[in-house]
Design a protein around this ligand. Structure first.
Ligand SMILES: Cc1cc2nc3c(=O)[nH]c(=O)nc-3n(C[C@H](O)[C@H](O)[C@H](O)COP(=O)(O)OP(=O)(O)OC[C@H]3O[C@@H](n4cnc5c(N)ncnc54)[C@H](O)[C@@H]3O)c2cc1C
Length: 424
């Protein structure tokens, strides 16, 4: 890949071309990360998936602290906010090496604080907001969740109806959010709220930082298909937050909201193929275990999966090349989202078919992660595959449904007529 500071003599490529060579500074950093992993992981470390649930959580918390202490959690943040001021390329290399070693980058809820909100604050936050919130996100003192979706505003997010009204030094918030991942474990929520009801829909929304633990907020967890309480409904009844906790301009939160969504993706283009490949290797072992590896139909389906993982690998390189060259994320991210989420439903359904009736009885440890593959090192059990199969069903919904991705591709890549839009 060709990031900022291209190698002399390297072939010039467009922002969306593919270059699978890493430049020397990436290889030097890769060696640094490898030495760090060697020093901090036990000899013969099999991956966090090999630990039982309690041990895995304990490891994940301790590992997060180790990464923070050695400056790996905020590589790209400026030094004055606790980061190392490195580039996206370094971040990609780090994520690749962590995925290969079978260790997490942070705790599951870090997606919202560390990855989405912190980067958004660096782009849009006031100096005071950065100084107040970034160190606490980094240390894990403040855990964040995302208050975007509402019962009647998911794909059509701009229809959101939660309102915030200024009252002296506060905003007073009323309304409801839904599908709020992990809210029951969080301290803060970033909320999109309508602050100018008469303005056109995109122009009357503000991005607010709201403390979750207060009398005006009720968090109601609800149970998922897997039997776990991951999601929540969050009700706001005269909830309050300080007047200066708006990110960006008042009524201009739509722009901030979209910046944040851009951080939802990114380096996953590098890590997805690594994790999917490790998962596929486990699937081949599973087929052997059930003596299905000689079944021609199963073999055909495994070969199909293999070809898809290879395509994802090259698609990942293509996205990364553009990303590292500073190109704004284009429609190719929709291709990747569509591709991996639909692939993952197929590969996990194949695991269910291989296990047959065994898949109906959960045995062994269940995955810690709610998204994507089980962790590297996980045993090939029905507990692992069945829960992964069930969670894969949500992959075509979150971060933009498959239908929405297809609309984007139809309109922006194929140039088909736009579907009717509401007036702005
Ligand atoms: C695992 C998971 C975690 C989530 N975590 C969070 C979170 O932490 N915070 C948060 O705010 N939200 C979260 N969400 C919510 C998620 O963003 C929404 O579910 C998603 O945006 C879809 O919105 P919706 O569920 O309201 O479905 P809808 O938008 O109502 O869609 C229903 C169906 O209609 C289709 N559809 C809608 N519009 C169109 C169109 N224009 N053309 C064609 N088809 C269309 C959709 O594709 C879908 O099949 C999470 C969702 C999941 C599954």
């Amino acid at each position: 890949m060709q990031p900022e500071g291209r190698r002399s003599g390297a072939r010039e490529r467009g922002a969306t071309g593919v270059d699978i060579d890493y430049p020397p500074q990436a290889q030097a950093f890769r060696a640094e990360v490898a030495a760090f992993l060697d020093e901090h992981l036990p000899e013969g470390w099999p991956g966090i998936g090999a630990l039982d649930e309690d041990a895995a959580w304990a490891f994940a918390r301790a590992w997060r602290a180790t990464l923070a202490q050695h400056g790996y959690l905020a590589l790209t943040w400026p030094v004055e906010y606790g980061g190392r001021g490195l580039t996206k390329l370094h971040q990609v290399v780090l994520m690749e090496e962590l995925a290969r070693a079978g260790v997490p980058y942070g705790l599951p809820q870090d997606t919202f604080g560390l990855k989405m909100l912190a980067n958004t604050l660096l782009r849009w936050g006031t100096e005071e907001q950065k100084r107040r919130f970034l160190p606490r996100i980094l240390s894990g003192e403040d855990v964040w969740c995302q208050g975007y979706s509402e019962p009647d505003a998911g794909s059509d997010l701009v229809s959101l109806r939660t309102r915030a009204v200024r009252d002296g030094d506060s905003w007073v918030i009323n309304g409801q959010k839904i599908w709020t991942s992990g809210a029951q474990h969080c301290d803060w929520i970033f909320v999109l709220a309508r602050t100018a009801p008469q303005a056109p829909p995109h122009r009357g929304i503000s991005f607010l930082l709201v403390p979750l633990r207060q009398p005006g907020i009720e968090v109601r967890p609800f149970r998922m298909l897997t039997g776990r309480d991951h999601f929540n409904e969050v009700f706001f009844t005269d909830a309050r937050t300080d007047a200066d906790l708006v990110v960006g301009e008042v009524n201009d939160g739509w722009q901030v909201a979209n910046t944040l969504l851009g951080y939802e993706r990114g380096e996953e283009a590098a890590t997805n193929p690594i994790l999917f490949r490790a998962e596929l290797d486990r699937l081949v072992d599973l087929a052997r275990h059930y003596s299905r590896d000689t079944d021609p139909v199963i073999r055909q389906r495994i070969a199909w999966c293999w070809s898809k993982v290879e395509i994802m690998r090259y698609l990942g390189y293509r996205i990364l090349t553009g990303w590292l060259n500073g190109a704004a994320p284009g429609p190719e991210t929709s291709i990747a989202k569509l591709f991996w989420s639909e692939y993952h439903q197929q590969v996990t359904a194949l695991a269910m078919d291989i296990m047959g009736m065994d898949g109906q009885v959960l045995s062994g440890r269940q995955p810690l992660r709610t998204y994507r593959t089980d962790d590297p090192g996980a045993a090939n059990t029905s507990g692992s595959w069945t829960i992964t199969y069930l969670t894969a069903l949500s992959g075509t919904i979150y971060a933009g449904t498959s239908e929405i991705q297809r609309n984007i591709l139809a309109e922006r890549v194929l140039g088909l007529p736009r579907e009717p839009r509401r007036a702005q």
